[in-house]
Unconditional design. Structure first.
Length: 154
């Protein structure tokens, strides 16, 4: 079972950047590290939350491994892709959570609409956006992979 909280002070569980209120160790981290094959059974909203967390924590490995080969940003040269992403993509932002607005996982589009809440570290300006993301699996038992998205600045 997943438990909220985790104590306070020294040794307290770090909250998940996705904004779920759960500790990262029991929220997005198991998906990102694919503990016990959890990624294959994850739904699209979980993949969106975990990708958001990967951007927040600079987990380039997961950003790459959760991207569909048909994504316009997909790079077959993984070394070049890593270089282009940098050590911490979007490191100039404070990630303040992601909100799932609409989920069409079982519909015709395999899409999800979400709002990402970001604030620039230096200027404190809001950089929130909404995105309609589309997902596909490479095989029926594999994980959902991020295929593409349409972004609207707020």
């Amino acid at each position: 079972t997943i438990q909220r909280g985790g104590g306070t002070g020294f040794g307290a569980a770090k909250p998940c950047p996705c904004g779920s209120g759960f500790p990262i160790t029991s929220c997005c981290s198991p998906i990102i590290t694919d503990m016990k094959g959890t990624r294959n059974s994850a739904n699209m909203s979980t993949i969106v939350r975990s990708r958001y967390t990967a951007y927040a924590t600079g987990n380039v490995d997961y950003i790459i491994s959760s991207t569909h080969p048909e994504n316009p940003c997909y790079e077959s040269d993984e070394k070049l892709w890593r270089k282009n992403l940098g050590p911490k993509p979007y490191g100039e932002y404070i990630f303040e959570g992601v909100e799932i607005i609409e989920d069409d996982e079982h519909g015709a589009s395999n899409s999800i609409l979400f709002r990402a809440n970001l604030r620039h570290k230096e200027t404190s300006e809001r950089e929130d956006f909404k995105e309609r993301s589309f997902f596909a699996r490479l095989d029926p038992d594999g994980p959902f992979l991020y295929k593409n998205g349409v972004v609207d600045k707020l």
